[in-house]
Design a protein around this ligand. Structure first.
Ligand SMILES: [Zn+2]
Ligand SMILES: [Zn+2]
Length: 221
């Protein structure tokens, strides 16, 4: 509602082509999603339907990724995470909605919890907004079942340090229904430490089906 009002007063420009209207026009959106990533996020080998191959062992069952973190997608994520462009949750959430297959009707959407200082800086919980948006569009429940026990930041850390931090980072709420399938939502997949640890915590509690949806994949350099 407020986002709609603001965009009427000061219309956005597409971060791909500059066209006035929204942050992402239909043409630029199509360019991103017409070829979603079809290689394994663990080993990078080509896959058929989702981003986890048959040979890789992962604590999640299937994964989907919108694209590489570059070009328009990188700009959109940048606006959303670092320039307080709150309304971008609809564009980023919309990309995930378009690439995700039909999910079980009892599937519960969980956002990866954000470091609390980042929520304060932005003025919103960026992954919660996206998770709610997806859940709403797909008629699924969204719950914040995974919470942060530590608030260490992953940015600018190496692979091993990220894994050690991620192992300690999360806790699971006790009222989690272990019979339901879950869809974990995160913005960027770098080493996979965050999403693996969040999946593991669900698996350890007895959850059988964990799906993962990521906006962008980034290679660690
Ligand atoms: Zn455009
Ligand atoms: Zn693989």
């Amino acid at each position: 509602m407020i986002d709609d009002l603001i965009s009427m007063i000061a219309p956005h420009h597409c971060c791909g082509c500059g066209k006035t209207g929204g942050l992402l026009c239909d043409d630029c959106k199509y360019n991103i999603i017409h070829e979603p990533i079809s290689s394994c996020i663990v080993c990078n080998r080509p896959t058929n339907s989702n981003c986890l191959c048959n040979t890789c062992e992962a604590p999640f069952n299937q994964a989907w990724v919108v694209g590489e973190r570059n070009g328009i997608l990188q700009r959109l994520i940048g606006l959303y995470k670092f320039e307080r462009t709150r309304s971008a949750y609809k564009d980023l959430g919309g990309l995930l909605i378009d690439i995700l297959p039909e999910l079980p009707s009892n599937c519960i959407v969980i956002p990866i919890p954000t470091v609390s200082s980042h929520i304060r800086e932005r003025g919103y919980d960026h992954m919660l907004l996206i998770a709610k948006y997806i859940a709403n569009a797909r008629n699924l429940k969204c719950r914040q079942l995974i919470y942060r026990q530590t608030n260490t930041k992953q940015r600018q850390k190496g692979a091993r340090q990220r894994m050690e931090q991620a192992k300690r980072a999360f806790g699971l709420k006790s009222d989690t229904d272990t019979n339901a399938p879950y869809l974990l939502i995160d913005d960027v997949y770098t080493t996979g430490a965050t999403i693996k640890c969040a999946s593991q915590i669900l698996r350890k509690a007895g959850v059988k089906q964990v799906f993962v949806a990521i906006i962008a994949r980034q290679t660690l350099d």
